[in-house]
Design a protein around this ligand. Structure first.
Ligand code: SF4
Length: 286
């Protein structure tokens, strides 16, 4: 099986270019060029995915590690990732998978992935570690087979995706943890090279569709740990549904950001702010 297959969600553009419609960056790629996500490129005036079925991380994890604390607690789930991400956050806590594109690969067809999950007695499949929504075609194909086999599908995602692809995937999803990095659009633009609004839309859509939803906010000293910034995240989650579990996760120095780790007191302050409005607030990495 080759990692290269026809991509979904693109259209031709003048002079042999292609316009990607998978995420809100909507890249226009000339012949031979790859998207900044590293997962799709223009080959002969057509868009191809570059890593269909190419798995760089594979493990049976406790579901709590996703983190999902309110979805089949105590179960284990086959977790897999390919390389690449459409965001390039300086603080990426999974940068060795998301940002390094030359990792060793294990090839796994959707059928093989589902068979492996069944063999392992897994709750289902978790598409995680890097960004699953830019592994779209493989996640969609595998999720359909997994559902047919009675398995659950979980995504752990940055939520930065266009509405069309999200709609195509939603019927196959059982649970999601969405990373809400900040309620400040300038934070998304400057630090992640992305935008806030599409992430909020994804969260609202998943909730409206009845997908089990939990949200993670990575608390980074000096960048998003002020009371008003934490409260803005809490207010947004409460505006969708105050029963949605919120995970405040402590930052550790990683990749291009080497600020000191988030202090315990900051995490406890975040928890107090969250618990004033939300039913379920958890601290991670503490
Ligand atoms: S998925 Fe990749 S190629 Fe497509 S718009 Fe986003 S970053 Fe660009």
């Amino acid at each position: 099986m080759s990692g290269r297959v026809d991509a979904a969600w693109w259209s031709p553009a003048p002079h042999g270019a292609v316009l990607c419609g998978l995420c809100p960056l909507r890249c226009r790629l000339r012949e031979g060029r790859d998207g900044p996500c590293g997962t799709r490129g223009n080959r002969g005036g057509r868009m191809e995915t570059l890593q269909y079925g190419e798995v760089v991380a594979l493990a049976m994890d406790p579901i709590e590690k996703k983190p999902l604390l309110h979805f089949h607690p105590g179960s284990r789930i086959l977790s897999l990732a390919s390389r690449g991400c459409n965001l390039h956050c300086a603080f990426c806590q999974n940068w060795s998978i998301s940002q390094e594109l030359d990792r060793p690969v294990r090839r796994l067809t959707p059928t093989q992935a589902v068979a492996l999950a069944l063999d392992e007695g897994s709750l289902g499949l978790a598409y995680t570690y890097s960004e699953p929504l830019v592994w779209f075609e493989y996640v969609r194909d595998t999720a359909r087979l997994a559902r047919a086999a009675g398995l659950k599908n979980v995504v752990v995602t940055n939520g930065f995706v266009e509405p069309g692809p999200l709609e195509e995937l939603v019927p196959w999803l059982d649970a999601a943890n969405v990373d809400l990095k900040s309620m400040d659009d300038a934070f998304y633009r400057k630090i992640c090279k992305a935008r806030l609004a599409p992430v909020l839309s994804t969260i609202r859509r998943l909730h409206a569709a009845g997908v089990h939803l939990e949200i993670t906010n990575l608390v980074i000293p000096g960048l998003n740990d002020a009371d008003d910034q934490l409260r803005a995240v809490v207010d947004f989650v409460a505006s969708v549904d105050r029963r949605i579990p919120l995970h405040f996760s402590a930052y550790r120095p990683a990749w291009r950001l080497q600020a000191p780790p988030t202090p315990r007191e900051t995490m406890e302050r975040a928890a107090r702010i969250g618990r004033a409005l939300l039913e379920s607030v958890h601290l991670g990495n503490v």
